[in-house]
Design a protein around this ligand. Structure first.
Ligand code: BGC
Length: 813
């Protein structure tokens, strides 16, 4: 729709109508304005597939949302290092959105994997922002090609689930721009997403939803974003400040409570109508752009299932193989583990898809004609129980077969949206089974399912390890094709697998809280840390095996490159093995003598090449000037320092056989503050301690103590769990738990779901009792509750407010 029409409609809207457009109608729709030509549009969750809630047809659908193709999760797809593949997946999900009249998919998520503990890592791509950003670009372009919008999320620094609705991520400016904002920047600049979703947390003390610096300064003014910013569900803090900051749409909506605040603020002249109009213009452009894609168009689910299978084949990572894989025809194969029959193929939370055509590895093997026997090994489900009988049965069966394939990994309860892991182990029943099978004396190939790395103290007992991550509904067929070598594994890790949790860079500062979490390791995230301190890791970033082999040769690069120029480097890759396969080639940049502290190396470019046996191809990688830059807080921009940079090329971050040095033109006399210098503590890190006094040279820590609020200190942002030291607080937490329990379905198991909801509602800030009660509870009542809990009276107002809420409930809302 053109701007003139938008202006014409805007003129017809009353103040109240304009304010009301700035929040959702339901959990998934925007508000229409009857008689003024403003339609309502529908949004639904991704990124693993379409999750369109449809509780009315729950029985028919076999789940609370419509049936849709469940693709491998983002963490899995990242193993492909292939934006063409994420594009194909985006296209398919876009087509399913069209089939269901969904105009915008709430995906992709590009938060950085700061720690493998983050419960939502399965929904994010990588520990490296270039890789995450490029994969997101492909996905968004795929959606856009179907006329479907996206919501790039969660902006920003939402790299943990713990206390995500109130915690402040304290990040220094360099890490913020080089690591945590970078993937967003790439996606915004290269794919022009229609919307961005702000995260729940605070960034350096200010809620993302109120953060003008982020939502306007960086996103719009620096990066040129011209779309709509919406809140994560219930992420609004101060709605009026949100409008000023650039938060256009509140989701889901607060039953009109916040709309009234906007109207009042304009009447009080605390907010200008022009500021509101800016948000409404963006909203109108968004809904009109979306309106067309609301018309349902049929789609080809069979083709999408086939794509889900291919996507996993191209993303799974073979981590170890002493020759047992691929399995050979004629071998007697035993599948062991409940996960062979009931695979874990997606993560829990708002991204959960009601998969159309899930097939287990066991069912696929049988359908495809591979002869396999099966032993369950442990009782299955979320319970981590060992069963001596099942274990004995599996071990005896293993002795009678040529090869055992053990399916193990993380169950639903281990990782989910809403909380973080506390360790990197898999269920002890799974490792016990591996030891027992090993004792049977036959080779054991392990197939791992899970959204994030685990510790592998048991790796020696496995002859092979194939990481499927969370493989989507095609997991069965893809696993079989990979195991029997019909498909060649070509995925590579988009994150480091550490030897142990205590080795990880954020170990001492994750997840912290309750008020803030400080990102003391600064830019040293993932391989940037391990490579700088030369730490041993289990499997490095970029690592992955194949059934064939590749050789690198003939690197050629220019000796120098001018200011702002792009650099092209060339090299050859040969398939030296006996099978066709694809190789993911990587180029890292190492700055030889930087003035500022830097990581040992950074990913600068990558490419995937498919090669037949014996074939050689020349690969050309193009490095933009940005590949040599770092963020200079004093300039509030990226700068390139003149100097010598080594280009390192090879199959993984730890195997880079081709090297060339290039002189890059740039700044010659950088004036850096002491804290940024290569001679500063961050220029010679040795381990992951990163003390606070170092960090404070980069970023001041909040003055407020990092402890729970106490009586007298409770405010609207206090989590209900903290308020629960008082009995009215406990009561409110209980009510929230009851209400939340009725609507939140994060995993299939009701028992696990209850546990998750209990935890989530404990972390609900008091403000969210207003935001999420659809107008039943107003701010006066929430404030009265706070007064009561703070010991400042307020009983009468609280009882009146609750009475009014009950009345409204009785009247049906
Ligand atoms: C999640 C978002 C999601 C939204 C709607 C939130 O809790 O953080 O990623 O899109 O819910 O389901």
């Amino acid at each position: 729709m053109d701007q003139q029409k938008i202006e014409a409609i805007l003129k017809t809207l009353t103040l109240e109508e304009k304010a009301s457009l700035c929040s959702g109608l339901t959990s998934w729709t925007t508000k229409p304005v009857e008689g003024k030509g403003v339609p309502s549009v529908f949004m639904a969750d991704g990124p693993t597939g379409l999750r369109k809630e449809d509780r009315e047809h729950e029985a028919e659908n076999g789940g609370p949302s419509v049936r849709a193709t469940c693709f491998p999760t983002e963490a899995t797809l990242a193993g492909s290092w292939d934006p063409q593949l994420t594009r194909a997946v985006g296209e398919a999900i876009g087509a399913e959105c069209r089939a269901h009249g969904v105009s915008t998919l709430l995906a992709p998520g590009v938060n950085i994997k700061r720690s493998p503990l983050c419960g939502r890592n399965f929904e994010y791509y990588a520990e490296d922002p270039l890789l995450a950003g490029k994969l997101a670009v492909g996905f968004i372009q795929g959606l856009r090609s179907q006329g479907v919008g996206c919501s790039l999320k969660h902006f920003a620094c939402n790299s943990e689930e713990t206390l995500r609705m109130s915690i402040s991520s304290e990040v220094d400016e360099r890490a913020l721009h080089e690591i945590y904002l970078r993937a967003f920047e790439i996606a915004v600049k290269e794919a022009r997403p229609s919307t961005v979703m702000c995260s729940y947390n605070r960034v350096n003390g200010v809620y993302a939803a109120d953060n003008r610096e982020l939502l306007t300064g960086v996103l719009r003014e620096k990066w040129g974003f011209d779309g709509l910013v919406m809140s994560d569900w219930g992420a609004v803090n101060d709605r009026v400040q949100g409008i000023r900051a650039g938060l256009d749409l509140e989701m889901p909506g607060s039953g009109g409570v916040n709309d009234e605040l906007i109207v009042q603020a304009i009447k009080d002249k605390a907010l200008s109508e022009e500021e509101l109009d800016t948000a409404v213009r963006r909203l109108l452009r968004f809904v009109f752009d979306c309106a067309e894609s609301c018309t349902p168009v049929p789609c080809d689910y069979e083709a999408h299932h086939a794509l889900a299978v291919r996507a996993l084949e191209e993303s799974a990572v073979l981590l170890k193989n002493n020759g047992v894989l691929p399995l050979k025809k004629g071998q007697k194969i035993l599948f062991v583990g409940d996960m062979a029959e009931h695979p874990r193929y997606q993560g829990g939370g708002s991204s959960i898809v009601n998969a159309r055509a899930l097939e287990s590895p066991l069912a696929a093997a049988r359908r495809l004609g591979y002869e396999v026997s099966f032993a369950r090994g442990w009782p299955g489900g979320d319970e981590d129980r060992q069963d001596a009988g099942l274990l004995r049965e599996a071990t005896a069966a293993a002795a009678a077969h040529d090869v055992t394939v053990l399916f193990l990994g993380l169950t639903d309860v281990y990782e989910c949206e809403g909380y973080d892991r506390t360790h990197l182990s898999i269920p002890p029943s799974h490792t016990a089974l591996l030891s027992a099978l090993r004792a049977a004396g036959k080779p054991v190939a392990v197939v791992f399912s899970g959204g994030s790395p685990v510790e592998l103290p048991w790796l020696d007992q496995a002859d092979a390890l194939l990481a499927l991550y969370l493989g989507g509904e095609g997991v069965g067929q893809a696993a079989c094709r990979l195991l029997w070598g019909e498909a060649d594994p070509c995925g590579k890790l988009a994150e480091t697998w550490p030897l142990s949790l205590s080795d990880t860079p954020a170990f001492h500062h994750y997840p912290m809280g309750p008020r803030y979490v400080s990102y003391n390791e600064s830019i040293f995230v993932g391989y940037r840390y391990y490579d700088t301190v030369k730490a041993q890791v289990r499997f490095p970033f970029g690592y992955g095996l194949s059934y064939t082999s590749f050789a690198y040769s003939d690197l050629s690069a220019p000796e120098s490159v001018g200011r702002g120029e792009e650099l092209a480097l060339r090299f050859s890759v040969t398939n030296t093995g006996g099978r066709a396969g694809a190789e993911i080639c990587q180029c890292y940049v190492h700055h030889e003598a930087p003035s500022a502290f830097k990581a040992e190396q950074e990913l600068a470019a990558f490419a995937k090449v498919f090669l037949r046996p014996g074939e050689t191809r020349q690969v050309v990688l193009k490095l933009p000037a940005r590949a040599f830059s770092f963020y200079l807080p004093a300039e509030q921009d990226f700068v390139v320092e003149q100097g010598r940079y080594e280009l390192r090329v090879g199959p993984s971050s730890r195997e880079l056989p081709l090297r060339a040095v290039v002189t890059v033109a740039g700044e010659t006399s950088l004036r850096l503050p002491a804290a940024q210098l290569a001679s500063s503590p961050y220029g010679s890190i040795r381990d992951n301690r990163f003390p606070d006094d170092w960090f404070e040279t980069l970023h001041p820590l909040p003055a407020r103590e990092n402890r729970p609020a106490q009586r007298g200190e409770f405010d609207r942002t206090t989590p209900l769990g903290e308020l629960a030291v008082t009995w009215p607080g406990r009561l409110m937490r209980r009510i929230a738990y009851r209400v939340g329990g009725a609507s939140i379905r994060f995993v299939r198991s009701p028992r696990v779901n209850r546990r998750i909801v209990r935890r989530m509602t404990s972390e609900f800030p008091v403000k969210n009792t207003v935001l999420m009660s659809d107008g039943l509870i107003d701010y006066e009542t929430a404030d009265a509750l706070l007064d009561v809990c703070n010991g400042r009276g307020g009983w009468k107002r609280l009882l009146c407010g609750l009475g009014a809420a009950l009345k409204k409930l009785g009247r049906g809302g």
